[in-house]
Write a protein that binds this ligand. Structure first.
Ligand SMILES: C[S@@+](CC[C@H](N)C(=O)[O-])C[C@H]1O[C@@H](n2cnc3c(N)ncnc32)[C@H](O)[C@@H]1O
Length: 505
């Protein structure tokens, strides 16, 4: 395979990746095995082998007699990744024999397992360790912050094991913790049986850790069941252009994204979106002007809140207090309750710009609640379907701007639009509110959304929720084709020919 990227270095970005050739959307740029994988630093006890939570009982690995593992029959067969592998097991056995390390020490230090595993690679994979130690750590900034103190327990624990051999133990352990914090990716843990969710893990990937950030990325990253990270181009990337990955949530406003980057990654983002107070015309952080009542008030780079239309300037504490009140209100409402979400949207729409991130978040929750109701009820109403469709269609143009090209949230939104269009069209046809031709028009329109969703979902790993959605969407695509043929047959049976009457909805 020809190299798709090259490593470059600049004063502002440090080491980063640039395209070594023109890259097409969906093209694989990086495929990367984890250097290290493990529980987060604030994790409760999990099995060292499969990462399922150990709630009240656990066994100890038979060989090393140190690592806490699943009780009963052991780890589920399907989770055969063996994260507590034979190399680690032997190292732990040595620690038991030479240092008297017991299982309770490991139980108490599950939050330091990732750092310990990263350090043990020094012996087992010295070349990778060398690369790992070159990662950005921001050690000087960390020394001056609470994070240094936060990791003191990890320093104590690892030092007590005697796995490092010099007086620089504290420095090395803090450096390892810094490299993990600055460079790790969130990895989905195994689904917890009966609960249906997974605990997040963290993984460091040496190649992917060189991806630099932009609030509008040009890549799509997924991590498959074997914990292999795959980075695809999400749009056209020309040879020589920087390859970006968005470290933050694209549906959050600039202040929140910048705070996240500053606190967790130690830099101030200066991308085009961050420099534009309208955030690419979305006004995702803006409020409605109380002076002219129609314009949007946004914060410019000089921290001044100004109405784009009437130019009135507002006191920052006043606006920020208003937004904070809307955010506090959102925190306390029941996000599974349709009425509460509708009321919240109605109330804050009087204060916040229509695409404000708080409204987008409420919209996403409400669309999810409506989806569940529509799929659960035997006879969901058209009103419910139309409302869900409206919410998803409001979200789509924002996603097109903030996540151009291939995007997971966009794929899910497109899929949901298609699903509701199909359900609504069937209901209208069954109640004879539309003719066969009208039904066909609506199905063709839904098919366009489904095809776009599928184009994006195809690159998702098989066993991820998105991969499962891809399989479901493919089934529904086949079923849609069958329905369309049946509808066409019905039209022909009436002696008519089908000619589309609408372009799109
Ligand atoms: C995951 S590392 C990326 C590789 C890193 N540049 C290096 O030299 O090893 C993340 C760090 O890269 C730097 N970085 C990434 N994106 C940046 C950006 N858009 N502007 C400034 N610095 C950035 C920051 O120092 C950040 O903490």
């Amino acid at each position: 395979m020809h190299a798709r990227y090259e490593i470059q270095r600049s004063d502002t970005l440090g080491r980063h990746l640039a395209a070594a050739k023109d890259l097409k959307p969906g093209e694989t740029i990086i495929s990367d095995e984890p250097y290290v994988l493990g529980p987060t630093s604030d994790s409760s006890l999990v099995c060292y082998n499969c990462y399922l939570p150990l709630i009240s009982k656990f066994l100890v690995c038979k060989n090393c007699a140190v690592a806490p593992v699943c009780p009963g029959e052991g780890c589920p067969e399907s989770l055969s990744k063996k994260c507590h592998n034979s190399t680690e097991c032997e190292l732990f056995r040595d620690l038991k024999l030479t240092k008297g390390v017991g299982p309770m020490t490991m139980v108490q230090n599950v939050g330091s397992l990732l750092a310990l595993r990263a350090i043990l690679k020094k012996e087992t994979d010295p070349k990778a360790w060398e690369e790992f130690m070159k990662l950005e750590t921001h050690l000087e900034e960390r020394k001056k912050s609470n994070i240094w103190e936060y990791y003191e327990n990890t320093v104590k624990f690892i030092t007590s094991l005697g796995v490092l051999d010099n007086t620089q133990d504290e420095y090395i352990v803090q450096k390892v913790c810094g490299a993990i914090d600055v460079n790790s990716f969130e990895v989905r843990g195994p689904p917890i049986p009966a609960l249906g969710y997974s605990q997040p893990l963290r993984g460091v990937y040496l190649k992917a850790s060189l991806l630099t950030h932009d609030c509008v990325g040009n890549t799509h990253v997924s991590i498959n069941d074997n914990n292999v990270l795959v980075c695809h181009a999400s749009m056209d990337i020309k040879k020589g252009e920087v390859i970006y990955y968005n470290y933050t949530d694209p549906l959050k406003g600039t202040s929140l994204r910048q705070h996240h980057l500053l606190v967790g990654k130690y830099f101030k983002c200066n991308c085009d979106r961050c420099k534009d107070c309208t955030e690419l015309g979305t006004n995702i952080s803006s409020v409605i002007c109380t002076e002219c009542k129609t314009g949007y008030v946004s914060k410019s780079s000089d921290q001044q809140w100004t109405c784009h239309d009437c130019k009135k300037q507002f006191d920052h504490s006043n606006i920020e207090h208003k937004v904070q009140c809307c955010s506090d209100k959102f925190d306390v409402i029941n996000k599974k309750n349709e009425k509460e979400l509708e009321e919240y949207i109605r109330n804050v729409s009087k204060i916040l710009a229509p695409n404000h991130y708080l409204l987008l978040e409420a919209t996403q929750h409400l669309a999810g609640v409506l989806r569940d109701t529509i799929n659960r009820e035997p006879h969901p109403t058209k009103k419910l379907m139309r409302r869900k469709l409206q919410l998803c269609q409001e979200l789509l143009p924002i996603l097109e701007k903030l996540c151009p090209g291939i995007s997971r949230t966009k794929a899910i939104t497109l899929y949901e639009i298609h699903a509701t269009m199909v359900q609504l069209a069937k209901k209208l046809f069954d109640s004879r509110e539309i003719t066969g031709t009208g039904y066909m028009d609506k199905l063709l329109n839904a098919e366009k959304y489904l095809k776009r969703a599928l184009e994006m979902l195809f690159i998702e790993p098989g066993n991820s929720p998105e991969g499962e959605l891809c399989a479901k969407a493919l089934e529904e695509y086949r079923a849609l084709k069958v329905t369309m043929n049946n509808v066409l047959d019905g039209i022909h049976a009436e002696g008519k020919t089908y000619m589309t009457t609408s372009k799109s909805e």
